[in-house]
Design a protein around this ligand. Structure first.
Ligand SMILES: *[C@@H]1O[C@H](CO)[C@@H](O)[C@H](O)[C@H]1NC(C)=O
Ligand SMILES: *[C@@H]1O[C@H](CO)[C@@H](O)[C@H](O)[C@H]1NC(C)=O
Length: 360
C-alpha cells in the first residue's frame, strides 16, 4: 500500500504538469512529473501471453490519463477511462499489460476503426520522446548516418486482422524475410528517427539488412467476450453490439535481441529504460489517423528492470510467506545433509577400502 503513495503523488504532479503542456506558441513544452516511473519486477512463471489479465492481478500497476499526444490538453482527454500499465520480467523476457476501458469497437480488416496500441523505447542517446526520436532531417534525407543517435524502437499492434486471444508478432515467415513485419496480425517491430522516418526493422533508406527480426509477441482481449477457449476468424465480430468493457493488450519481448543496427532497445536487469505508450481509438465511431493518438505522458516514462533480489527484499505478505517457506526448506535440506554426513562419519570403518555391496 505504501508503494502506491509516491506514484499517486507522481500522477497528481503529472496532471498539474500537463496543464502547462499545450503547444500554444508552436513551441513544444512538457512538464512531466519526475517521480513517474514504471517498474518491471522479477516474477518468473507468472504471465501467460494470452490477452487475459487474471495472471497480472497481484502485480502493481500505474494509472495514466490518456491525452492527445500532439497537443496534450486536459479537455481532450480520452473520456472512457485511464490506462493501467503493468510490467514484469522473468529474467529472459519482459512483459507488458495495457488495460483501458472502452466500448467494444471492431471492424474486421479496418485497423483504424479498431483500437490500437504502440510502445516506444529510446534507443539512441539523443532520441527524444517528442517527434519520435527528434531527428531533424526530412523524410528523404534521414539515414542511419544523418540521424545517428536518434533511434527509437516501436512496437505497434493494429488489431483489425488479429483474432482476440491469439498470439501475433514475430513469426517464422516474416522472420525468414529478415524484417520486423507481421503479415498475420500486424503486430510489427519498427524503428524510427522521427515521425516521417519510420521503417520496419531490417528495412532502411540505405539498404535492407536481412538479419533483422520481429522480436515482439502479443495478444489482445476485451472483457465483453464470454468465450474463453479460442476464437477463430469465422467467429467475427466476436461480440455483438458495442458493449462497454475493458481492453487488454499483452506483449512480451526478450530483454536482449540479436539486433546489430540500433533498431531494438536492449533491456538490462538492474538497469533502466525510457518508454512511452500510445493508444488509438475510433472516438465516436470515426476512424483514427496516425497522428491522432493518445499518450500516457508528454515525455519518456522511465522503466526500471528490477533484479531478482529486490523482490525478496519486499515484505508483502505473500512474498515473505514464500520466502519463509523456501528458507525452511533450505534449512531442512541442510540438516538432512549434515545428518547423513554425521551418520556416514560414525558408521564409516576407518581405513577399510570401499567394498561393493554384493561382495559382503
Ligand atoms: C546503415 O545501414 C546500412 C544498411 O543496413 C548498413 O550497411 C550500414 O552499415 C549502416 N551504417 C551505419 C553507420 O550504421
Ligand atoms: C528493401 O525492402 C523493401 C521492402 O521489402 C523494398 O521495397 C526495397 O526495395 C528494398 N530495398 C533494397 C535496396 O533492396
Amino acid at each position: 500500500m505504501l508503494r502506491a503513495l509516491p506514484v499517486v503523488l507522481a500522477l497528481g504532479f503529472v496532471l498539474i504538469g500537463r496543464v502547462n503542456s499545450h503547444q500554444e506558441s508552436g513551441e513544444w513544452s512538457c512538464e512531466s512529473g519526475s517521480e513517474i516511473r514504471l517498474e518491471a519486477q522479477f516474477r518468473p512463471g507468472l504471465v501467460t501471453l494470452d490477452g487475459h489479465a487474471d495472471d497480472w492481478e497481484g502485480i502493481y500497476g500505474s494509472e495514466f490519463s490518456l491525452l492527445p499526444a500532439l497537443d496534450p490538453d486536459d479537455d481532450d482527454e480520452y473520456k472512457a477511462g485511464k490506462m493501467t500499465v503493468k510490467t514484469v520480467h522473468d529474467g529472459r523476457d519482459v512483459f507488458f499489460l495495457l488495460q483501458v476501458d472502452g466500448e467494444y469497437k471492431y471492424s474486421k480488416g479496418e485497423n483504424n476503426k479498431c483500437p490500437s496500441v504502440a510502445l516506444m523505447f529510446q534507443v539512441g542517446e539523443h532520441a527524444t520522446y517528442h517527434n519520435m526520436g527528434g531527428c531533424e532531417e526530412e523524410a528523404d534525407s534521414c539515414t542511419n548516418k544523418t540521424c545517428k543517435g536518434h533511434e527509437v524502437d516501436i512496437m505497434h499492434f493494429s488489431i483489425g486482422n488479429a483474432i482476440p486471444g491469439r498470439l501475433y508478432g514475430g513469426n517464422p515467415i516474416d522472420n525468414r524475410d529478415g524484417n520486423g513485419g507481421d503479415r498475420f496480425g500486424h503486430l510489427v517491430d519498427v524503428y524510427a528517427w522521427n515521425p516521417h522516418c519510420r521503417h520496419l526493422d531490417g528495412i532502411g533508406p540505405s539498404g535492407n539488412d536481412s538479419s533483422a527480426q520481429n522480436d515482439w509477441k502479443g495478444a489482445w482481449w476485451h472483457s465483453s467476450f464470454d468465450v474463453h477457449s479460442g476464437f477463430v476468424e469465422q467467429d467475427s465480430p466476436y461480440a455483438s453490439g458495442n458493449p462497454k468493457g475493458t481492453y487488454y493488450f499483452e506483449f512480451s519481448r526478450p530483454l536482449r535481441t540479436t539486433d546489430r543496427l540500433q533498431q531494438d532497445a536492449q533491456f538490462t536487469i538492474g538497469g533502466s529504460s525510457k518508454m512511452a505508450v500510445a493508444f488509438w481509438y475510433p472516438v465516436d465511431g470515426k476512424p483514427w489517423h496516425g497522428s491522432g493518438h493518445y499518450s500516457i505522458n508528454c515525455d519518456w516514462v522511465p522503466m526500471d528492470i528490477s533484479s531478482g533480489s529486490s523482490v525478496l527484499s519486499q515484505s508483502s505478505t505473500s512474498s515473505s510467506g514464500s520466502t519463509a517457506g523456501i528458507f525452511a526448506l533450505l534449512l531442512s535440506v541442510v540438516s538432512l545433509c549434515s545428518s547423513v554426513f554425521v551418520g556416514y562419519r560414525v558408521l564409516k570403518p576407518k581405513g577399510v577400502p570401499f567394498t561393493p555391496m554384493e561382495n559382503l
